[in-house]
Design a protein around this ligand. Structure first.
Ligand SMILES: *[C@@H]1O[C@H](CO)[C@@H](O)[C@H](O)[C@H]1NC(C)=O
Ligand SMILES: *[C@@H]1O[C@H](CO)[C@@H](O)[C@H](O)[C@H]1NC(C)=O
Ligand SMILES: *[C@@H]1O[C@H](CO)[C@@H](O)[C@H](O)[C@H]1NC(C)=O
Ligand SMILES: *[C@@H]1O[C@H](CO)[C@@H](O)[C@H](O)[C@H]1NC(C)=O
Ligand SMILES: *[C@@H]1O[C@H](CO)[C@@H](O)[C@H](O)[C@H]1NC(C)=O
Ligand SMILES: *[C@@H]1O[C@H](CO)[C@@H](O)[C@H](O)[C@H]1NC(C)=O
Length: 242
């Protein structure tokens, strides 16, 4: 009993720490996200080992490992506050380092078509790897200024879609996050402007190729980076967590 209390207090403390850290920050920073899904609640024992479980006491779901582990959009349902994105493809910026275990990570970016997509089976860029400065949580942003649409997909202004970002951590876990969009004509003023403030690569995160798909998925391949940056920045976040 005493031990149980202690461990649930400890779990609550860890949860508090994470939510406090996560609350003020986003993951897909451009063009936006469904909402804050950097949340963890309930215990693994309560959920009997499931990634998401139903709490009948107050009719809510809990996520003992964290919401982002749930396919396809990290435990968030389709949102109604969609954001505009160009019919010819556009920018996508994200902060990949909000959880431990991402010293290296594989990134996948997919698109699902329609208001509530049947699947996210349309890759828009080939999988790529990033290397961060630390296996602890780290700050930093990466941005792909021109994520194209798959070659055989055509969309028009007013169509709905969902962009899905998948981050596969070193230990094999996949984290999911999405943004719901409405396509707008290229250059439409409803599309949030892409600037060096919202679309940049932090110098402490580098990119590597994983593989090039041989024309089977219609996905674009990232251009090779001119040079690789290596980092020597203070790990403020890591220090805050430790
Ligand atoms: C949608 O609403 C949620 C909840 O208010 C918010 O966190 C999120 O940033 C919004 N997303 C967009 C794209 O406006
Ligand atoms: C549901 O109950 C749990 C405890 O059983 C509590 O931690 C949680 O905050 C409650 N959630 C809501 C949404 O009321
Ligand atoms: C867990 O957090 C999610 C997201 O904030 C919330 O919707 C859900 O109600 C919470 N679950 C419990 C049991 O409090
Ligand atoms: C995915 O959904 C699209 C519609 O957006 C459909 O055309 C396609 O067949 C589906 N693919 C799979 C693998 O289910
Ligand atoms: C696009 O082409 C790829 C490869 O030929 C195929 O797997 C995919 O289903 C196609 N998508 C659509 C929407 O036709
Ligand atoms: C960030 O790096 C990737 C990989 O090298 C590159 O494709 C992208 O254009 C860069 N983003 C910016 C804003 O320069």
């Amino acid at each position: 009993m005493a031990l149980q209390q202690l461990s649930s207090r400890w779990a609550a403390l860890v949860v508090l720490l994470w939510t406090a850290l996560a609350r003020a920050h986003t993951v897909i920073t451009y063009p936006g996200y469904r909402g804050n899904n950097l949340q963890t609640n309930g215990t693994i024992a309560d959920a009997n080992g499931l990634g998401v479980a139903y709490n009948s006491k107050n009719d809510s779901l809990y996520y003992p490992y964290g919401m982002q582990w749930i396919y396809p959009c990290g435990g968030m349902p389709t949102s109604t506050n969609r954001t505009y994105w160009p019919v010819g493809g556009g920018a996508l910026a994200m902060q990949p380092g909000w959880f431990p275990g991402h010293a290296t990570a594989l990134m996948y970016i997919n698109i699902g078509l329609g208001e509530v997509p049947e699947n996210m089976s349309h890759p828009v860029v080939s999988a790529f790897q990033i290397t961060g400065p630390s296996n602890n949580p780290y700050p930093g942003t990466i941005c792909l200024p021109q994520v194209p649409l798959p070659a055989n997909i055509s969309v028009k202004a007013g169509d709905y879609a969902t962009i899905q970002v998948v981050e596969v951590a070193k230990h094999g876990a996949a984290l999911f996050n999405c943004v719901d969009i409405i396509f707008a004509d290229n250059g439409d003023s409803k599309i949030a402007e892409v600037t060096t403030d919202n679309c940049f690569n932090s110098s402490d995160i580098s990119f590597q190729y994983v593989y090039t798909t041989s024309g089977t998925s219609g996905a674009a391949t990232l251009k090779p980076p001119r040079r690789m940056w290596m980092a020597v920045v203070p790990f403020l976040l890591a220090a805050a967590v430790m």
